[in-house]
Design a protein around this ligand. Structure first.
Ligand SMILES: O=C(O)C(=O)CO
Length: 255
């Protein structure tokens, strides 16, 4: 396992520019970074900073964000996937993050689930052509994303399984999962092969691991037992200077 700094938040107080944040991540001994939206980033400069430092870009987000559970938005969603795949190629990103969009209360949950799986199959075919996988992220509806359709790891894993493509995996964000009251050992048991990326932040507050109540020795132990060797995205809001929070996070995660 290796750490990836979410430079949307890490190094943001210290450096205005994203390329500078990549250099700061390198100087802090990190092998990878990630960020959210890409249209507001100078992708050429980002690519140059990645090439100069050898730092990997684990993920960025498909945008503009459109709903998976509303067929009226599917054409725009697939266009966003196409554009984002092209941008990911140019920036050198390893994966693209997709979220579900908001629940439509007038439509049954089962039907919305099926609608999402249908469009994800089409998106996974585009990802296959581009050679860059998509990762589907369940988000918590208790603190940050009230009304979001996909707020459960188990249902996200069901969707990934139903799509049945190696080009769609689950983004397991331990913060969102914990806020939703899930236990990683339970929700991941027997299904970890469907997970493509992991992110962390402590609960409560979404700050650096070590700032809250999560038992990180246990959480990271579970990932180790499941055989995870990929990136652990530090998607937290630093409570203080980034380097100090990184030291706390590294000690808590033993990574
Ligand atoms: O929007 C969020 O809360 C995320 O976790 C994005 O990855």
């Amino acid at each position: 396992m290796y750490l990836a700094a979410c430079i949307e938040w890490l190094f943001a107080a210290e450096h205005q520019s994203f390329p500078d944040r990549i250099h700061a991540a390198k100087a802090a001994g990190l092998k990878a970074v990630e960020f959210h939206l890409w249209r507001d980033k100078p992708l050429d400069d980002v690519r140059r900073a990645l090439d100069e430092t050898g730092v990997r870009l684990t993920s960025m987000v498909v945008e503009p964000r459109r709903s998976l559970v509303d067929p009226a938005q599917h054409d725009e969603f697939l266009a966003a996937v196409r554009d984002s795949l092209q941008a990911a190629k140019e920036a050198g990103a390893q994966a693209l993050v997709v979220a579900s969009g908001f629940t439509r209360p007038e439509v049954s949950r089962q039907e919305q689930h099926a609608i999402a799986v249908g469009v994800l199959k089409r998106a996974a075919a585009l990802a296959e052509q581009a050679g860059i996988p998509l990762v589907l992220e369940p988000l918590n509806t208790r603190v940050e994303h009230p009304g979001m359709f996909l707020d459960s790891t188990a249902e996200g894993l069901d969707m990934v399984e139903e799509v049945g493509s190696p080009n769609l995996r689950l983004l397991y964000d331990m913060y969102h999962s914990t806020v939703m009251g899930e236990d990683p050992a339970q929700v991941l048991a027997g299904r970890f092969h469907l997970v493509g990326h992991v992110q962390v932040a402590d609960v409560p507050g979404r700050h650096q691991p070590g700032s809250g109540t999560v038992d990180w020795a246990r959480y990271i132990g579970i990932l180790r037992e499941l055989g995870y060797t990929g990136a652990v995205g530090l998607e937290y809001k630093p409570q203080g200077p980034t380097l100090e929070t990184l030291a706390t996070a590294r000690a808590a995660l033993s990574l």
